[in-house]
Ligand binder design. Structure first.
Ligand SMILES: [Zn+2]
Length: 52
């Protein structure tokens, strides 16, 4: 199986797994799953600490 996830934030292809982000369930109890890359993960978690 060749899964090529893309970062849902910056749309770059993920070369290695970053993080998986789950949305809150909607009315039909469906949870959306987002893949985010390491860079975006860091901007989420440390918005004031940009690497580089
Ligand atoms: Zn990204």
């Amino acid at each position: 199986m060749a899964i090529k996830p893309k970062c849902d934030r910056c749309k770059k292809e993920l070369r290695k797994f970053g993080a998986i982000l789950l949305s809150p369930p909607n009315k039909s109890n469906t949870v959306k799953k987002f893949h985010i890359c390491v860079d975006c993960y860091h901007t989420f978690y440390f918005p004031n600490l940009r690497s580089r």
